[in-house]
Write a protein that binds this ligand. Structure first.
Ligand code: OMP
Length: 237
């Protein structure tokens, strides 16, 4: 399994249905990022082919956010292990039995070469009000901590959370868990549909291992230059 990075790194989210475009982005940003992310948009359009193509440039974070009964998620994990992703996601809300089944499936498939299993806590697009609409009261921070404990106890290697919860998770769980953090916006970048955001510098200062950054890179006129500028802003941190 991929270890923790020595310094916080960038993961470029390749959100497009076109594999040629995704591969072009991967090639351009590769000198400035540690990983590339294949998510639902690209995987639903291109499947494993997309993973194989972009993996030629950087290790792949396969973000399909599994959330189903334990047997089905275990089967999905076995299937995607054939693609050798460095990390994969499932929803913490799927519960401890599901998470433990995913971890076992990854170990059975690849042993020590297995992907890191990351539990998504509360999506970064949720505000307190949006979360309450789903029946979860008390705000994102409380729910993130609850799901984090459940997921780590069940065998997850790390968590996906917003920049707002990073320092609280470090206080609660120490340096061990991988913290992978989307909702990152350089000063002046469009927020888009993200609710809980912070700058790359503040997110790293809070204790993130990986920053997941999509549109601030891929919607820029020059994605390579945008990735380079973010990487430069983090140099020495
Ligand atoms: O699991 C994720 O990566 C994820 C979790 C989450 O809570 N919020 C979130 O934005 N993401 C992903 O992170 C990326 C963020 O993209 P941008 O908002 O364009 O920077 C997208 O690919 C999302 O699917």
């Amino acid at each position: 399994m991929l270890g923790k990075p020595n310094r916080a790194g960038i993961i470029a989210a390749l959100d497009t249905p076109e594999v040629a475009r995704a591969e072009g982005w991967a090639r351009t940003v590769a000198p400035h990022v540690g990983m590339v992310k294949v998510g639902l948009e690209l995987f639903c359009a291109e499947g494993g082919n997309a993973v194989r193509r972009v993996a030629a440039h950087r290790p792949v974070f396969l973000d399909l956010k599994f959330h189903d009964i334990p047997n089905t998620v275990a089967g999905a994990v076995r299937s995607v292990c054939a693609l050798r992703p460095a990390m994969l996601t499932l929803h913490g809300g799927g519960g401890s039995t599901m998470i433990a089944a995913a971890r076992r499936a990854a170990e059975d498939a690849l042993g020590e070469a297995r992907p890191a299993i990351l539990a998504v806590t509360v999506l970064t697009s949720f505000s307190t009000e949006g979360l309450a609409e789903t029946g979860v009261n008390g705000g994102p921070a409380q729910q993130v901590l609850r799901l984090a404990r459940l997921a780590l106890d069940a065998g997850a290697d790390g968590l996906v959370c917003s920049p707002h919860e990073v320092s609280r998770l470090r206080d609660a769980f120490g340096d061990g868990p991988l913290l992978v953090v989307p909702g990152v916006r350089p000063v002046g970048a469009e927020r888009g549909d993200q609710a809980r955001i912070a700058t790359p510098e503040d997110t790293v200062a809070a204790g993130a291992d990986w920053l997941v950054i999509g549109r601030p890179i891929t919607a820029a006129p020059d994605p390579g230059a945008a990735a380079a500028a973010i990487a430069a802003s983090l140099a020495g941190r």
